[in-house]
Design a binder for this molecule. Sequence first.
Ligand SMILES: Nc1nc2c(c(=O)[nH]1)N[C@H]1C(S)=C(S)[C@@H](COP(=O)(O)OP(=O)(O)OC[C@H]3O[C@@H](n4cnc5c(=O)[nH]c(N)nc54)[C@H](O)[C@@H]3O)O[C@H]1N2
Ligand SMILES: Nc1nc2c(c(=O)[nH]1)N[C@H]1C(S)=C(S)[C@@H](COP(=O)(O)OP(=O)(O)OC[C@H]3O[C@@H](n4cnc5c(=O)[nH]c(N)nc54)[C@H](O)[C@@H]3O)O[C@H]1N2
Ligand code: SF4
Ligand SMILES: [Mo]
Length: 711
Amino acid sequence: MTIQTHKRTCSLCEATCGIEIEFNSATEEILSIKGDKSDPFSRGYICPKATALQDLQNDPDRLRTPLKKTASGWQEISWPQALNEAAEGFRRIQAEHGRDAVGSYLGNPNVHNYGNMIFGPLLLKQLGSKNKFSATSVDQLPHHMASLHMFGHQLQIPVPDIDRTDFLIVMGGNPLASNGSLMTAPDIKNRLKAIRERGGKILVIDPRRSETAGVADEHWFIRPGQDVLLLLSLLYVFIHELSAQLPALPEYIDSADLAGLCAAYAPENTAARSGIEAAQVRALAAQWLQAKSAVCYGRMGVSVQQYGGLCQWLINVLNIVSGNFDRTGGAMFTSPAVDIVGITAAQGGRGHFDRYRSRVRNLPEFGGELPVAVLAEEILTPGKGQIRAMLTVAGNPLLSTPNTRQLERAFESLDFMVSVDYFLNETSRHADLILPPCGPLERDHYDVIFNALAVRNVAKYSTALFKPKAGVLQDWQILLQLTKRLNRGDLKKRLTNRLTWAVMGWLKPEGVLNKMLKSGKTGLDLNALKKQPEGIDLGALQPVMPKRLFTRDKRLNLTPDVYLNALAQVASELQQPLTADGEFLLIGRRHIRSNNSWLHNSKRLVKGKSRCTLMLNPVDAERLGIADGVSVRVRSRVAELEVVAEVTDELMPGVVSIPHGWGHNVPGIRLTQAQEVAGVNTNDLTDDQLLDGLTGNAALNGVPVQLQAIA
Ligand SMILES: Nc1nc2c(c(=O)[nH]1)N[C@H]1C(S)=C(S)[C@@H](COP(=O)(O)OP(=O)(O)OC[C@H]3O[C@@H](n4cnc5c(=O)[nH]c(N)nc54)[C@H](O)[C@@H]3O)O[C@H]1N2
Ligand SMILES: Nc1nc2c(c(=O)[nH]1)N[C@H]1C(S)=C(S)[C@@H](COP(=O)(O)OP(=O)(O)OC[C@H]3O[C@@H](n4cnc5c(=O)[nH]c(N)nc54)[C@H](O)[C@@H]3O)O[C@H]1N2
Ligand code: SF4
Ligand SMILES: [Mo]
């Protein structure tokens, strides 16, 4: 039999759908990719991106051999040469300028690649630089911050129990396009439909009437960046007006004076800025408390904005105060087979904040990383500790992080750079060496992170579909080889390192995974998982508190000082005008056929009408004389660009939206299909100085811009 079927998890997004790949084992040709109906979690659902795995496997632009930049262009070189030169380059820079002179940036796909999760930290530890960056600070940093300060562990993130809730409030998330985030919930559309079928309700609060709003009972526009005011007003109504209906706080929770901290935020005081009427706020608060269970879920739109830190804290506070914490249908925690929270806690890795600061802007680290919004200035500003070399692993910061034109100048000025990536793209074109790993179907897979964020407890292991061709390395092997070449310290240290790495290299990621599984409470090991390649359902989420508090005093602090201090700033900013005359607020959006910056080389995903447009409301369009389909000039503090207008009443007046991850029209890259569609890079417009001051997360939503029709 040469036609065979392989079951695995799609590793492209957080939904972790089960797929079935039909292939010819003799030729290694993929014949089809379908949803796996036997996967107990995804039940056969897939989105259009799953088939891009096939395109990725076959993409002629995907690099198969290390590349070296030479005076006469890119040259293919052997792995030993590539690894030696990469390590040598870093050693040379560090010998001359100190450890911090080598910076690193880890992109999003690292979280979908458990080998990188295990071996990446070894390499970063050997580099020993404080200048570590990742996509976390353009994404979920506020969630980690809230979890660290409230529950004592940055990874102990509550998940909305959407399969059992009676009232779901979605703020700044569009799971119908994104398939959910920090809420692994494959087949989200049917899970949402089920809420309404059992008599529950869904409310979406978003400056855009999104696809998710389209399946909700209600949608409210909110002015970008003003969610913090709505959340404070809801707390005000709970505490000052409906306190009789509030359940008592669980015994393990400590709180400062809640009535005092929200006293200034009566709904009447916030309506003008947020765009949400006082009566609406009161109705929502009442409905929230009347519902048998309810949960508020906030994602990108309320995380990656100026008050992301406060928003994610307040969302937790409201879920707790309303009696929906750690309870069926509310905000719950997983008990995964690989207990990544427990394992890291046992190793002293609960997370930390502000142990040191960035050199130029004096911004605090979080969990050993600095905000990526300071990366460019750390490269461009001379002095001790200046970054002179970069390592990027599975990241494309030149399309993903704020003020990319400045970052472009910074990367151009580097002395040395190495990218571990599939492609010669917007970021890796600046590298001296590109080290390409095998494709995603040529490695095994386990969702260490997303099982811990899922709406049910599940476990699933996928073997590699194809063996990597001779001489092709997996990511973890590349990372380990680099680590070994950077071994340093005294003789004893170097020998211990060598022994540790030899053992880990021998175990491989799957051996480490097996140990992690066995240390858990489910009784599962790798063999058990291999016997059920469709995945194992371990049941609905269970209450875990207060056992799963990782704070020193084993108590949950509802009102950590960092948040109380940050609130003082909101109070004064509440007095400032929201936007200057003629200013619009720029937000982002996602599309189901796109995935951040890196799947635009798949023809089947990008075909059709361009999706990289500037959406704006008809009222605004008319006022400015902008017609649908014409080019508009958009200017922010840091840059200007031209983009095609899409006039639609989906957008709130005064708000415009451009999706991120586009802008493939840069010279010297090798992405045939993506370059054809190109699009514009919205992060040219976003501002490295516009931050959530509390967490250091970039504020990529709510960026002030001016529009001008192009004659
Ligand atoms: N304006 C705006 N900007 C945003 C966002 C937004 O909403 N608006 N969203 C932000 C968010 S949430 C995120 S997560 C970031 C994403 O930002 P990044 O993580 O920096 O970028 P990605 O687009 O995910 O690019 C991933 C890179 O990894 C490579 N790659 C993919 N898989 C693998 C692999 O298995 N191994 C290796 N070695 N390489 C691989 C791809 O070729 C690509 O170069 O963007 C952020 N930027
Ligand atoms: N198809 C697809 N799926 C993806 C990705 C992708 O690029 N494409 N990326 C993956 C990644 S890395 C992530 S992190 C997740 C993100 O998943 P989501 O958090 O669902 O991200 P978005 O789809 O960008 O939805 C953000 C929503 O916030 C709204 N918004 C913007 N500003 C504000 C604001 O100030 N307040 C409020 N209330 N709303 C606001 C936007 O209009 C938008 O509807 O998606 C993942 N899944
Ligand atoms: S939603 Fe799509 S991209 Fe995400 S895991 Fe499922 S099939 Fe893959
Ligand atoms: Mo993300």
